[in-house]
Design a binder for this molecule. Structure first.
Ligand code: BTN
Length: 323
């Protein structure tokens, strides 16, 4: 463990009480000026540490950043987030970084997080609003042993995990809009972008990107009507690290259920969480547009729509708008 981490551990043990520089230097076994240097490093990482010439130091707030050590603390997964967690202050897209690492052989469960993204990607070539100090931008590398045509199942796993995370940690009314938008009061709070690299019959790797609006006090005009954040809904900032831990836990749980028991239990849970079945919708696909009522989502995750003329359509992927 690094000197900085030992110092942080000790300050955490003191639970906000003051501790003198002299005591710290004895406990950690470094000079007082080395203590000062490490305190400065911790402050740069976002920890709020008070200092007083008489009393010493006191940790008054932990960092709000998604620092690997903070994510790991109390994380009870077996694989996800257990190996490498790579943290950026800023990157173009965590999915892009994850793909690079996956190509280099990074194992399943490797997690990439960033405080902001300059080219956050959404579904269908759209961009994902990714300002600093507001959202969660996280990409997980998976190497599922399944044929490429089953890859959408992982998106259902992720939608269930993200929705359950918000239900467990907040009092928000959360629903999944087919296939994988997470909504609160019909406004989008989180989105999932799954990207795969596959051979004809096997998946090489998969990158599951989750974007969630957490502490955004405001959203830009073009998405304000359609999107929301935890802060907008509750008026309170929420620790992003708790969300990431809970999400990893649930993502691993449902990923294992999918592997061991198949898609049926995932779809069952997804159906309990969706608000799409029975709704009148417009669904837009490349070059096509249907209006009708959603009858069901079948055992492959395909949306079954009955249009105004009574004809049924199987929709594999598209953009849904409620009417
Ligand atoms: C959507 O369009 O609903 C999907 C949005 C997915 C955004 C996340 S943020 C982390 C990861 N990196 C990206 O560039 N995109 C995904």
């Amino acid at each position: 463990m690094s000197t900085k981490d030992r110092l942080l551990g000790y300050l955490k043990e003191c639970k906000g009480d003051w501790v003198s520089g002299e005591l710290l230097s004895r406990r950690i076994g470094i000079t007082r000026s080395a203590i000062w240097k490490n305190i400065s490093k911790l402050r740069e990482e976002g920890y709020v540490i008070e200092s007083s010439p008489r009393k010493g130091y006191s940790l008054s707030r932990i960092s709000e950043m998604l620092l690997p050590n903070e994510i790991r603390e109390g994380l009870d997964t077996g694989v996800f987030g257990r190996g490498e967690i790579i943290h950026f202050r800023e990157t173009d897209s965590t999915n892009a970084r994850a793909k690079e690492l996956a190509i280099q052989g990074a194992p399943e469960g490797t997690l990439i997080v960033s405080e902001s993204q300059t080219k956050g990607r959404g579904r269908k070539g759209r961009s994902w609003f990714s300002p600093s100090e507001a959202g969660i931008y996280a990409s997980l590398i998976l190497r599922p042993n399944m044929p490429p045509n089953e890859a959408p199942r992982i998106t259902f796993v992720t939608a269930v995990s993200a929705a359950e995370t918000l239900l467990a940690l907040t009092s928000l009314e959360v629903a999944i809009k087919w296939p994988n938008d997470i909504l609160v009061k019909n406004r989008k709070i989180a989105g999932i972008l799954t990207e795969i690299s596959a051979e004809m019959d096997t998946i090489d790797y998969m990158v599951v990107g989750l974007g969630m609006n957490v502490n955004n006090p405001l959203l830009p005009d073009d998405i304000e009507e359609k999107a929301t954040s935890i802060f907008i809904e509750t008026g309170k900032r929420f620790p992003k690290v708790r969300i990431v831990r809970e999400y990893l836990r649930r993502q691993e749980k449902y990923y294992r259920i999918l592997r061991d028991s198949g898609f049926e239990p995932i779809l069952r849970r997804w159906k309990e969480l969706t608000n799409t079945i029975g709704k009148r919708i417009v669904v837009e696909m490349i070059g096509k547009r249907y209006t009708g009522v959603v009858q069901d989502v079948d055992q492959e995750g395909v949306l079954i729509l009955k249009d105004e003329k009574g004809a049924f359509h199987r929709i594999l992927s598209g953009d849904v708008t409620f009417m």
